[in-house]
Each structure stands twice: as structure tokens, then as C-alpha cells.
Design a protein around this ligand. Structure first.
Ligand SMILES: [Zn+2]
Length: 1016
């Protein structure tokens, strides 16, 4: 297509879901929220099921009519709070012709809900009563409740048969096969990819180094793992007598334990299932119903302690508890990977797809996202043992080598592979424990398992071993926990310690507070006290990283300042690359290189830079340590044996009376032996296999947690988990019903209010269609007489010097030479005098929205206004060394203009022209910046008497908004011009001397500067 993208399929695809995707569908991430919430834009009108009347009537099933369906839908989906948005939805529904008052006869919310629940519990019975329907359309993927058994080690020898078992009740789960059946036959699955492909990109720009096409990595179905799984599947002998197309079901699993409420201990441990056949952009939308709740894991119940006590006469030691938790996890998975699933894995399941074609589907597990503690639980390796990595056999002390060449090599040669030999070892160890009565960590067990840090638990995923499944490969690195909340958080914390030790913390916090916001929520306002790091989520750490360079700039003495700025630049670049949503061979090369740089700089930082500072615990860390020290002795009283490392302080019992002699905070050093650091080296390979990191980051799972919490808020907290399953089913079915009926409805235009506008009279800009380059209101509500504007300021305000003639000139150039852009074209006074402004007025506007194509060929949108998001970038016309020019918008307005020329009237009717009045920045070319120098580009305003300082700009030329951060180090200056001016915000008399261009503010910005963005 026009971006130079093309695809290579292994065989002819029978179904290409992307044919039906319109511009609307690409606009997800940045589309105004209101739209996402009212309607999932994923529904295209082009490919709905044939809408004969029966299907409409059926689609409300099991409800009698559209009225009841609508009411139930409102009741059981969306937010449980009485929010304005929810009320608006209800009113919209009541007004629509789907609502009929007479339908409400005999309607009772309780009985209707219980009827609905009954239907969900046993839909097939329900169906046969009401209307005969094909089996495929009745969902059987409801919840089941089961119990699982685990073997308990009690240090006594047993015969194989009578090892003590403990039963854990209350496992709520659904059948994987039924979920697959329901999902792939659902009309919403018409956007699923059945055939994986490789996509390539050939740059349109001449002279770029990518002459031959570059491989693109983004979705699971464009990457190697699914591609080879597909090819392997086609090579297999087909099922006897079966000629159906064979399709890989790309399973992507998530699990993470979550707290359900801010207070109390209520928690839930869900396993989510997503399908990689679906685009990650759809998967990311909470309303798309793409997330399937597979199970809610039980915890070890409290009567386990009694059970163990009865067995041994003692409480269970920590190692037994750990062991039993592991056993439990794998017992659950063994139950989920049931015989039905195994059969489907081998022989496939036949499903009728929404296009009416029968296909044979083979489930395959590709990724399992979890945080590190859960990963080691799944990998059945020990927590931070000798070989702490779930993917390879690197030893702990080699972790800081990340990014070195032989480190990459070692990852490949020692990668963990599940094998029969491994399982044999584990069975041996289990015999020692259960039949010989050895301890879980006894010498006999250690001898077998210690080398590779395994634990004596049979891994449930090993049951897929004979199909060639390697369970260790699925444990993908997790961007959010491992980088944003891992490596970066650790580095940031240590940098804060350094700043504290230098006594610069006030200045540091002040700088963070002054950083302007950007975008809808790209950079949020920083808290009063950034160094306190209170209540920060991953996205807050992301913001801290993206804005770090100007903050740290110049705080330390020059030598360390230099090193730290370079380190911050590299880590920000790594963050941008690691989080790209579309990679090419080129960008993966950069990521690889950047990993190497980052490793080198981190090692130097730790061994050299850090040694100059006396870094101490931060107040919060100190408090946490004291808290811990207070807690530990009390918990040991409960019979647990506290395992204490020797290098720690003895537990001093700090009562309230002992608080007075406060010890100085402990010394803290920067530690590179973090498993999270090690996993940075795995990104390049993982992206090649499974697609970009956003596709399996734990972030979407965290979003899903919000839904679970919302459910929890609606339960009466008694048997909450079971009630949550009910609510989950209700909403899921209703959402999918809505999706299948929605295609028949017309999409109406939505108007959104500009978010965060506090002024009453502010104009609200309606929804910006993605086809436009930019959007400025056409209202004439804020007229301004040009002469009044000129009179209102002092004569020597440089901002309005020559305002009138220059505006005339600007418009003349635009109207007479529409293809030629830029100013500098000189017109004579006489020519200028032919430009007339109707009523001598400008019509001012507050906002302009700019649509742009992002690097991953999707639509982005920026909103700029003169008040707080005023900085924009345009393509540079004069500067050879730098691709962009930057300006600050003083005002957005349009004028109605007429031009009268001598011979003919060029524009007899007035034309409306939109104009941006801009104060220009110039690049500080004396400052070496860019990727090689690892510095951000520096800008300053033009001196006020420079004719280039102010100017007018055609909004068509704006590329997008830009995030400029003041260079705090250099302070403010009033040299440019001292009086109050229209060129500045009211009440301000100074400008920052310099600004930095924040190229890391989002991935799209980074790719604009780095080059190689496909959509650019
Ligand atoms: Zn590893």
C-alpha cells in the first residue's frame, strides 16, 4: 500500500480481516474517550451477518425484546456508579426507538436477572425450550467450581499410594476448549487472523538504506513463533477424512494476583486468556470483550495449617508452604489443561467461523505474562536461586554482563529447555520427598536439582512436552514490572539518593513540578514531591523517565553530570525502543545496540560514578525497614521459622520508647544483580518471536483488574469470587450481544466536550474526523478588531511590530501560491494593500486538533492551544542539520479575506483562512545534540528584534505538537524583551533562556527524530 507495506503469506489466506478496517478503526489510542466508551469502534458496518429479521430477534436472546435487553445491558455492563456518562447512556437508550413502554409489562429486574443467570449456567437446555438452534451458537463456556488435591510433604516415609493429600476447594474455572469454541464462532471474531503472515516494509523515500524490504514485527500473527507453528501444523498429516483448513489458535495467558479493595485483604488471583489471532489494538480495548477470564486461583486456605499440625504436630515451615503453593499452582494448571484440551491440541476442534466456513482449530500456547515471583512459580525454579532466570541458565553473578556479546551468546546456548531428562530428575527428587520423607530442601533433593535451580514440583505444562512444547519459552519478559517498575525504578531511586547526598533535593523537586504537561495524559502534572515517589504507578515512572534529563541537567559537578545525562539519555532511548509498537529489522538493531550501551553505562555508573557519593537510605526506605524490623519478631511467634540472612541486622525490637536515639540512615549502594536487568537482553529475540512488548506486557492485564475490582464492588463480599464469576458472565455475554447487534445500527456522530475546559464560554470542538489534517472551529464567537488588538499594547511590543502588513503578506502568499509554503516572499506595499479583511476582524479560537500518522501507521491526534499546549513543530526549510523547526502558538484565528487585483478579482467571494500566530524558536547550534552525543536538542527564542521572531503559519504545515521542557539549569532571562507583551502569557515578563526538545515524550516523537518510522 501507500506506505510501502506488503505481506507474505505461507499459503493463500481464506480470510483477511483487515479488508474491513476503516480509518475509524485505526484511531483508537488517541480518539477522544467518549467515543471509545459509547461504542467500540471495532465494529465495521461492512461485514455484518446478513440482517434478516430473525437474526435481529435472535440477537436479543435470551431476552424477550430490545427494551429488556437494553435495560439489562445498562444494568450489568459499564460502571456500577451513577456517573453522568452512565446516565447519559440510559437516557439515550430510553429515547431511542428500541425502547417501548409496553415491552416492560411483567418486567422484574430480579427474576429477569436470575433467568439470565440460569441461561448462562445452562444455555443449551434453555435453547431447546425456546427455539431449536444449532449447537455452535449456544455458549457453554460458563464457570465451573472444582477442587484440587496437593501432596503434602511431612518428612515421613510413605508408600506411593498413601502420601498425605490436602484438598483445596473453591477453584473457579472455565474450559479452555469451550472458550475457544465460543470465541471463534462469535461474530466479533471476524477480525481474527487465521493465517499468520510476515509483513515487510520498503521505504518510499529514495536514498534510504532499506532497499530490500524490511521485516516488520508487531502482532503475534506477524512474528516467527506463530508463523512456524502454522507451517508445522500444515506439515502434519491431516485428520483422517478431513479437508478443512487448519488454523493455529494463538493463546496468550496472563495471571496476576490483585487486591480487590483499597482496604482489607480481599484479593483475587485471576488467569486471563487472550487470543493472538486478534489484533493487539483490539485486545487492548477494555470493551472489546477480548479478555477471557479463565480461572480464579484459590489460595492455600487457613485450615491447611491445622491439617499440617495434625499431620506433624508442628506448624508448616516456610519451605513447605512455598512448596505447597507451587504444587497448588500446577495442580490448577493440570486441571485447566484437561484431556479435552490435550485432544484439541493434537487433533484440533472444528468450528464454524462467522464467515460460514468450517475450520479446524489447534490451540497453541505462545506467551504467559506474569511478574517475576509468579514466573518462577510457573517455571518451577527457585526464587532468585543460582540460576534465577526462567528462560536461561545464567548464574546470578553474571547478571551485570547484560548487553555484552558473550552475554547474548550465553543466553542462546544455555536457554532452558523442557525435556524428559529434566522431568526424570524432578520425579527422582519427588520420590525422595514423598516416599523417603526427605525435606523439601534436604541434601538429597538439592543434589539433584540445585545446579539448575529447579524445584521438586511437576510442571503442569510439561504435559505438552511430547508435542514439542517448551514451557520456558512462553515466560516472556514483562516490560512494565521489569523495566519501568524494575530497572528504571531502581536507577531512579539511586539517583535520588545521590541528589539527596548532594543536598540538591529541593531544586530537584522544584524542577519536576515546573515541567509542562503534554497531550491528553502523556505527561501528567508531577506531584509536589517527585523524589518521595509516593503512590506511583508504572506510568508515573514512565513520566519521570521521559522528563528526567532537563531535571538532572547541571545538578551535579560536571564530570558526573556528563555521565548521568548520557546514562539517562540511553535509558530513555531504551525505553522508547523497548516499548515500540511496531518494530522493523532496523529498529531491532538499534534496540540491540542500545542494550549494549546501556549495559556498559550502568556498569560504569555503578563502579565509578557511584563511588563518589555517600548515598543513604531515603526516608521512606528507612521507615519501611523499621516497619519490617518491627513486624518480623511478632510474626515468628506464630510458629513460623523466620529465615534470616546473616548479613542483615539482628532484629532489634523497637518499641515506641526506644525510638529516641535515631541511628543515621543506612548506607545504600547501587546493585546491578537484579534479575530484571538480565531480562533486558531478551527483548530482541522475544520481539522476533512473539511481537512487540506491548502485546504481552502485563499492562492490559492490569486494566482487566479494574473490571474485576468493579465487580467486587457490586458483590456483597460474601463468597465474592463466585459472585464475581456471575457478573463477569453477564457482562461478557451482554457485550458480545451488543457487538453483534451494533452493526445493524447506524453510527451516529458524537460530540465531545473538550476535556478539562473550565471556562464556561469556551467553544467546544466537535469530534474531529480522522480524514482531516487539522481541525479548528469555524465559529465567530470571539471576534477581535485588528486595530483594537494593535492599540491595546504598547507601541514597542515586538510581537506586533508590522503585524498588519505581515499578515497581509502571509495571506497573499498563501492565496496566490497555494503550493508554495514558507514566507520570505516579498510583496510591495501596493500588492499588500489589495488584501482586505472583512470587518477588519480576526476570529480567535482556543483549540486546534492535529491528526497525524504515527510510525506504526495508525492515527494520532494532538490538541494544541495557546494557553498550555502551545508548542508545535513544522518541517524545517532552512536548517540543513536538523529536520524540524519549532514555534509557540500565540493565537489561533481565522480571517475572512478578499483580494482584489488589478485585472481580475482573484477571489470575488471572501475566503476563510486559518492562521496561526507563532513565536519562533531557533535551535542552539552551538550545543552538540542528537543521538550520537546523547543529548537533547536545545532551543531558544529568537531575539525580539529579529524579524524572524514572530510570524504567521498555515496550520496545514504543523506536523504535531511538541513537548519542550525548560532548561532549568540556565534559568530565566528578561533580555529578550522586558515589557509585557502579547507574545507571552499575560503577567509573565521573562522567558526561559533555553528549552530542550523532549524527543522521548512518546514513541511517535522518538521515531520522528530517529527516523525509520513507517508512517512518517
Ligand atoms: Zn535469561
Amino acid at each position: 500500500n501507500s506506505f510501502g507495506l506488503y505481506r507474505q503469506y505461507p499459503n493463500n489466506p481464506t480470510h483477511n480481516p483487515d479488508d474491513t478496517i476503516g480509518l475509524q478503526d485505526l484511531a483508537d489510542g488517541t480518539a477522544p474517550k467518549a467515543i471509545n466508551e459509547t461504542q467500540p469502534s471495532s465494529i465495521s458496518r461492512l461485514s455484518v451477518i446478513p440482517d434478516d429479521c430473525t437474526s435481529i430477534a435472535q440477537s436479543y436472546f435470551p431476552f424477550r425484546n430490545s427494551t429488556i435487553f437494553g435495560l439489562m445491558n445498562w444494568m450489568w455492563t459499564g460502571s456500577a456508579m451513577k456517573s453522568i456518562c452512565e446516565m447519559k447512556n440510559l437516557i439515550d437508550f430510553l429515547k431511542s426507538d428500541k425502547f417501548k413502554k409496553e415491552d416492560l409489562d411483567n418486567f422484574d429486574i430480579r427474576s429477569e436477572t436470575s433467568k439470565f443467570d440460569k441461561y448462562l449456567d445452562n444455555p443449551s437446555a434453555f435453547h431447546s425450550k425456546q427455539s431449536p438452534q444449532p449447537k455452535a451458537s449456544s455458549p457453554k463456556d460458563g464457570w465451573h467450581e472444582s477442587e484440587v488435591r496437593i501432596l503434602v510433604p511431612d518428612l515421613k516415609p510413605h508408600k506411593k499410594e498413601d502420601v498425605p493429600t490436602f484438598t483445596v476447594p473453591g477453584l473457579l474455572h472455565r474450559s479452555i476448549v469451550e472458550i475457544i469454541k465460543a470465541t471463534f464462532s462469535d461474530p466479533a471474531s471476524r477480525f481474527f487472523h487465521y493465517t499468520p503472515f510476515k509483513s515487510f516494509w520498503r521505504s518510499n523515500i529514495e536514498g534510504s538504506q532499506s532497499e530490500q524490504g524490511q521485516r516488520i514485527y508487531d502482532e503475534l500473527y506477524t512474528c516467527d513463533a506463530m508463523f512456524s507453528a502454522h507451517e508445522e501444523l500444515q506439515k502434519q498429516p491431516s485428520e483422517p477424512g478431513c479437508t478443512l483448513e487448519r488454523v493455529v489458535v494463538g493463546m496468550m495467558l496472563w495471571s496476576d494476583s490483585t487486591h480487590l479493595a483499597s482496604f482489607g485483604t480481599a484479593s483475587l488471583w485471576p488467569i486471563y486468556l487472550y487470543f493472538g489471532n486478534q489484533s493487539k489494538y483490539l485486545r487492548g480495548k477494555p470493551k472489546a470483550g477480548a479478555c477471557h477470564h479463565l480461572a480464579y486461583l484459590p489460595k492455600l486456605p487457613s485450615n491447611f495449617w491445622d491439617f499440617y499440625f495434625a499431620l506433624t504436630g508442628d506448624g508448616p515451615p516456610e519451605e513447605v508452604l512455598t512448596h505447597c503453593r507451587r504444587e497448588l499452582m500446577h495442580a490448577v494448571w493440570a486441571l485447566l489443561l484437561d484431556t479435552e484440551f490435550m485432544h484439541a491440541y493434537e487433533h484440533g476442534i472444528v468450528i464454524e467461523c462467522p464467515d460460514g466456513v468450517f475450520r479446524r482449530f489447534y490451540p497453541r500456547i505462545f506467551t504467559y505474562s506474569a511478574d517475576y515471583p509468579e514466573k518462577i512459580l510457573l517455571a518451577t525454579i527457585r526464587n532468585f536461586g543460582l540460576c534465577p532466570c526462567p528462560r536461561c541458565l545464567i548464574s546470578k553473578d553474571k547478571i551485570p554482563d547484560v548487553g555484552k556479546v558473550y552475554d547474548d551468546h550465553r543466553r542462546n546456548t544455555t536457554s532452558r529447555i523442557d525435556s524428559t531428562a529434566r522431568n526424570f530428575d524432578i520425579n527422582t527428587a519427588r520420590r525422595f520427598i514423598y516416599e523417603n520423607g526427605e525435606g523439601v530442601k534436604s541434601a538429597a533433593v538439592e543434589r539433584v536439582l540445585r545446579d539448575k535451580s529447579f524445584v521438586p514440583t511437576t510442571n503442569a505444562f510439561s504435559s505438552l512436552l511430547h508435542f514439542g512444547f517448551n514451557l520456558f519459552q512462553m515466560l516472556v519478559p514483562d516490560f512494565m514490572h521489569e523495566f519501568e517498575l524494575g530497572v528504571w525504578k531502581a536507577l531512579f531511586t539511586h539517583l535520588v539518593r545521590i541528589i539527596v547526598s548532594e543536598g540538591k533535593i529541593q531544586e530537584f523537586n522544584k524542577r519536576y513540578r515546573q515541567i509542562p504537561t503534554f497531550g491528553r495524559s502523556t505527561i501528567r502534572k508531577f506531584s509536589q514531591n517527585a523524589s518521595g515517589m509516593k503512590k506511583l504507578a508504572a506510568r508515573n515512572y514512565e513520566d519521570l523517565l521521559q522528563c528526567a534529563i532537563p531535571v538532572f541537567d547541571g545538578l551535579l559537578d560536571p564530570e558526573h553530570d556528563k555521565a548521568i545525562l548520557s546514562l539517562l539519555f540511553t535509558i530513555a532511548e531504551w525505553h522508547a525502543l523497548g516499548k515500540l509498537r511496531m518494530h522493523t529489522d532496523l529498529t531491532l538493531g538499534w534496540l540491540h545496540e542500545c542494550t549494549g550501551n546501556l549495559g556498559t553505562q550502568l556498569r560504569r555508573f555503578q563502579s565509578y560514578t557511584c563511588s563518589f557519593f555517600d548515598t543513604r537510605e531515603l526516608p521512606s526506605e528507612e521507615a519501611a525497614r523499621r516497619q519490617k524490623a518491627k513486624k518480623t519478631p511478632s510474626s515468628s511467634r506464630k510458629g513460623k521459622i523466620p529465615t534470616r540472612k546473616t548479613n542483615q541486622d539482628p532484629p532489634s525490637i523497637i518499641g515506641p520508647e526506644l525510638k529516641t536515639p535515631k541511628a543515621p540512615p543506612k548506607k545504600k549502594l547501587f546493585n546491578l544483580i537484579m534479575i530484571k536487568l538480565h531480562s533486558l537482553g531478551d527483548y530482541v529475540n522475544t520481539i522476533k518471536l512473539f511481537g512487540t512488548s506491548d502485546s504481552y506486557s502485563t499492562q492490559p492485564g492490569e486494566l482487566e483488574h479494574r473490571r474485576v475490582k468493579k465487580y467486587y464492588a457490586r458483590t456483597n463480599k460474601n463468597c465474592a469470587t463466585r459472585q464475581i464469576t456471575r457478573l463477569e458472565r453477564r457482562e461478557h455475554i451482554l457485550l458480545s450481544r451488543t457487538q453483534s447487534t451494533i452493526g445493524q445500527e447506524k453510527q451516529t456522530g458524537f460530540s465531545i466536550e473538550r476535556a478539562g475546559s473550565k471556562r464556561r464560554k469556551s467553544e467546544s470542538l466537535p469530534y474531529t474526523p480522522p480524514e482531516y489534517h487539522h481541525h479548528i472551529s469555524t465559529s465567530r464567537n470571539f471576534p477581535l478588531h485588528i486595530q483594537n488588538l494593535l492599540d491595546s499594547t504598547t507601541d514597542d511590543d515586538p510581537a506586533i511590530k508590522d503585524f498588519y502588513p505581515r499578515l497581509q503578506e502571509h495571506l497573499l502568499a498563501r492565496i496566490l501560491h497555494p503550493t508554495w509554503s514558507g514566507d520570505g516572499n516579498e510583496y510591495s506595499d501596493e500588492e499588500r494593500s489589495k488584501v482586505f479583511f472583512i470587518n477588519e476582524r480576526l476570529y480567535r479560537h482556543k483549540v486546534m486538533r492535529i491528526n497525524y500518522t504515527t510510525y506504526d501507521v495508525r492515527l494520532g491526534q494532538d490538541s494544541v492551544n495557546a494557553r498550555n499546549h502551545a508548542d508545535i513543530m513544522v518541517l524545517s526549510s532552512s536548517d540543513k542539520d536538523h529536520p524540524f523547526e519549532y514555534g509557540r502558538i500565540i493565537s489561533i484565528f481565522h480571517v475572512d479575506v478578499v483580494i482584489k487585483l488589478d485585472k481580475a478579482v482573484v477571489s470575488p467571494t471572501p475566503v476563510s483562512k486559518e492562521v496561526l500566530w507563532v513565536r519562533w524558536y531557533k535551535r542552539d547550534s552551538s550545543y552538540d545534540a542528537g543521538f550520537k552525543k546523547k543529548r537533547l536538542h536545545r532551543l531558544q527564542f529568537f531575539p525580539c528584534n529579529d524579524p524572524a521572531a514572530f510570524g504567521f503559519l498555515d496550520p496545514d504545515e504543523v506536523i504535531r505538537a511538541v513537548h519542550l521542557i525548560p532548561a532549568f539549569r540556565f534559568g530565566k532571562t528578561s533580555n529578550l524583551f522586558s515589557e509585557e507583551s502579547l507574545g507571552r502569557a499575560p503577567g509573565e515578563f521573562e522567558d526561559w533562556k533555553y528549552f530542550y526538545v523532549n524527543i522521548f515524550v512518546d514513541r511517535d516523537m522518538y521515531m520522528r527524530f530517529a527516523g525509520g518510522g513507517i508512517g512518517h
